[in-house]
Design a protein around this ligand. Structure first.
Ligand SMILES: *Cc1c(COP(=O)(O)O)cnc(C)c1O
Length: 417
């Protein structure tokens, strides 16, 4: 399989061949496996020059993906999302330079497309008849969309309280959706059993070692798009933990290949009401599950399965972790939209809120440059967005009433200056 040499358990360090289907045979479900590559060989093929002529999607990094040469991939264009400098937002936060990488511009409007597209490519390679996952959120809609673009069937297990809008997105992509009367854990277990029984490919990130490889392409892209000089800090929100671990792996690999000299420090951001990873990071102890509660549904995870990978990644980078309140997240949705023109869902805005917090706490110096990964589009959760802003001006069809609003805004602006 390309340049892959084996799979290494993050718990016991055991190394296995790629025939092991999902998790470590010794550690069981907690033994998450990490894909290892022959970097010397990959580096000879993946040069700056070779990259210059490749398609502008995340498949340009094929030497660092767990796929055969010439493997079939979904036709949707995943990755190579824009990075923009956000000057007004940088001034608002009080930092010298701020960049946003807008991953809400992926085909199904979230970062999860990076992982799902690799999962679907793997399923095609294994000639699986279908692909499945248990999720209420972006992982599910992304899988359904990527499967549809590759002509593969998808089966999605959602808990009873899954939001209507997200179920609609799944159905539009043609997924068979099972709404399971029970909690998320019930849906997850049922999905695992169904995959075993019918031979479907299991997309659940917690057990599948290949998906995170798709996530790391965000880190690879940041290096290349910033002309091999990534900023000093990169902020990423953390739920399960596999996104931040994936992005860090991308930076580490770029360094291993000699394409960058200095890796960024990772700022992991959790919501105050769902922060078991931050706690484990600062205490050094094993993770204690919590009863999670936050407006940022995509990072509302009480029992994260990739916490160890996330903690190790942040530590290795020399970075740290902070928490932000729901109010800070709402403020970040507003200022990221107003000052940078980027509409972020709550979990994505959390990264911006985290930078603000880290600047206030003097963890990040004001003379630094930082990048926030905007992991999902605000259109995913319009109801939360509405809470972040004031409503429209209700008026009759009369120019006088427009004038009243315009005049009062002019007064406000004068008072501000
Ligand atoms: C899944 C997700 C995250 C967090 O990723 P984890 O791997 O769960 O830590 C952040 N933002 C958005 C929009 C997501 O969908």
């Amino acid at each position: 399989m390309g340049f892959v040499t084996g799979l290494k358990c993050v718990m016991c360090g055991g190394v296995y061949g790629t025939r092991v289907p999902y998790t470590c045979p010794h550690c069981g479900i907690t033994g998450i496996l990490d894909v290892q590559y022959d970097y010397a060989a990959a580096g000879r093929a993946l040069t700056r020059r070779a990259l210059a002529g490749r398609p502008l999607s995340h498949w340009r990094y094929r030497e660092l993906l767990p796929l055969r040469v010439g493997a079939a991939v979904p036709s949707a264009s995943v990755g190579w999302t824009p990075i923009m400098e956000a000057r007004a937002l940088a001034r608002h936060l009080g930092i010298r330079a701020l960049y946003l990488k807008d991953d809400g511009r992926n085909p199904t409007a979230s970062f999860k497309d990076r992982a799902s597209s690799v999962g679907v490519a793997r399923a095609l390679e294994k000639r699986a008849r279908a692909i499945a996952c248990a999720s209420t959120g972006n992982a599910a809609s992304s899988l359904a969309g990527m499967a549809a673009s590759a002509g593969l069937r998808s089966f999605i297990f959602v808990p009873e309280r899954a939001p209507e809008a997200k179920v609609a997105q799944l159905l539009v992509f043609g997924a068979t959706v099972f709404r399971v009367r029970g909690a998320y854990e019930d849906a997850w277990e049922l999905c695992r059993q169904a995959c075993e029984r019918w031979g479907w490919y299991n997309r659940n990130c917690a057990v599948n070692p290949y998906l995170v490889e798709g996530k790391k392409t965000c880190g690879l892209e940041i290096c290349e798009q910033m002309r091999w000089q990534p900023p000093e800090w990169v902020a990423v929100s953390v739920g399960d933990g596999c996104t931040i671990a994936g992005i860090w792996k991308g930076f580490r690999e770029m360094k291993a290949l000699g394409l960058i000299r200095r890796t960024p420090k990772m700022l992991g951001v959790q919501a105050e009401g769902a922060a078991p990873v931050t706690r484990a990071f600062h205490s050094g102890a094993a993770l204690e599950p919590v009863q999670a509660r936050t407006i940022a549904d995509s990072i509302c995870v009480g029992l994260p399965r990739n916490w160890k990978k996330a903690v190790d990644a942040v530590r290795e980078s020399g970075g740290t972790m902070v928490n932000v309140s729901d109010d800070e997240i709402l403020e970040a949705i507003g200022c990221t939209g107003r000052l940078a023109g980027v509409f972020a869902e709550p979990a994505a805005a959390a990264a911006v809120a985290g930078l603000r917090r880290a600047l206030a706490d003097q963890i990040i110096p004001r003379r630094a440059a930082a990048l926030a990964v905007i992991t999902g589009s605000g259109l995913k959760d319009v109801r939360s967005a509405a809470r972040a802003v004031s409503g429209p001006h209700e008026i009759a069809p009369s120019l006088d009433q427009v004038a009243e609003v315009v005049e009062s805004q002019r007064h406000e602006e004068q008072e501000d200056h």
